[in-house]
Design a protein around this ligand. Structure first.
Ligand code: AMP
Length: 305
């Protein structure tokens, strides 16, 4: 796609402005800022669902202008993963974004993000990126970090919104954004679920009917583990029990781990700190992730009158 404004938005038009290149992006966002508008970015890989749209709504709540990026980032997929088959549904995405009242969509080509000769990598250290997803996807978070750093630099938004659905990713992005002094405020948004509890995900469309029927077990087990831990049962025993429950529901488990919710450090559970219970498991060939707050400090607050 060429580096031009493909479409402009007037007051009557509801379709978002589409931008593919960095010069036109800077021109657009620069114009907004010139008019003293605040700008929110919602990065996505497309195949949009209500979870993505909830981020757009949060972005709209915090900023005057909302821009959504759609880019399936090859750097965050390992060679054995689903980059080429990852769902792509641009027309439906644009319709959804029009309905959601998004101001602009940034749809860079691969050569815009990774031009020939691109030679920079972000290497992550520290507890946020250690373990969990990093075990089975070792280059995943450096791929996420580089694209997010680039998007924050290209768009230069005031805020950027990311989902708690990818809780470890959110922690890694917060860390990278702060370490690199990027002037972007990160907002986390709660996970949007199907009525049966399954976290919405672009990859849910890979599930067969029987896998889809079994999939809500993942969140059910997270809830049961949370309730048992909050009522005082020993966390290590509950995690062992939870892993068995998930396997009995037909999953192959990658991890079920309790981590400090703020640092993502792997430390023994204490009811005085907020914790997060995170899971990844495969059903058939589809890998699902989910997480839940385990936070006694919230329960301890007095009920409002
Ligand atoms: P993706 O397109 O999968 O890369 O996701 C783009 C953004 O949407 C990320 O910040 C995700 O964490 C967020 N997201 C994905 N699924 C959900 C969901 N069910 N609820 C809320 N946010 C989500």
């Amino acid at each position: 796609m060429s580096d031009v404004l493909i479409e402009t938005k007037s007051k009557e038009k509801v379709a978002p402005i589409r931008v593919a290149g960095v010069d036109s992006l800077r021109q657009l966002v620069g114009g907004w800022k010139h008019n003293h508008a605040t700008v929110a970015l919602v990065p996505t890989m497309g195949a949009l669902h209500d979870g993505h749209i909830s981020l757009v709504k949060l972005a709209r709540h915090h900023a005057d202008c909302v821009i959504v990026s759609i880019f399936v980032n090859p750097a965050q997929f390992s060679p054995s993963e689903d980059f080429s088959s990852y769902p792509r549904s641009l027309d439906a995405d644009l319709e959804r974004l029009t309905t959601a009242g998004v101001d602009a969509v940034f749809m860079p080509g691969e050569d815009t993000i990774y031009p020939t000769g691109f030679a920079t990598n972000i290497s992550l250290t520290g507890p946020a990126s250690a373990g969990l997803e990093d075990v089975s996807r070792p280059d995943h978070f450096s791929g996420v970090a580089i694209v997010v750093a680039k998007l924050h630099n290209m768009v230069q938004p005031d805020i950027a919104v990311y989902g708690e659905k990818d809780f470890q990713q959110l922690a890694v992005i917060r860390q990278m954004n702060s370490d690199l002094n990027l002037p972007v405020t990160i907002k986390g948004a709660p996970t949007i679920r199907e009525p049966d509890g399954l976290a919405m995900s672009s990859r849910n469309q890979y599930l067969s009917a029987s896998e889809r029927a079994a999939a809500p077990a993942l969140f059910r087990v997270l809830q049961e583990c949370r309730d048992r831990i909050l009522s005082g049962a020993p966390a290590p025993e509950i995690l062992t029990w939870g892993r068995t429950q998930i396997e009995d529901a037909g999953f192959q488990i990658d991890y079920l781990e309790l981590r400090d919710a703020q640092t993502l450090e792997s430390v023994p559970y204490t009811p005085t700190n907020p914790f997060r219970l995170l899971v990844a498991a495969k059903i058939g060939t589809t890998r699902l992730i989910d997480n839940i707050a385990v936070d006694q400090t919230k329960l301890a607050q007095p009920a409002p009158h």
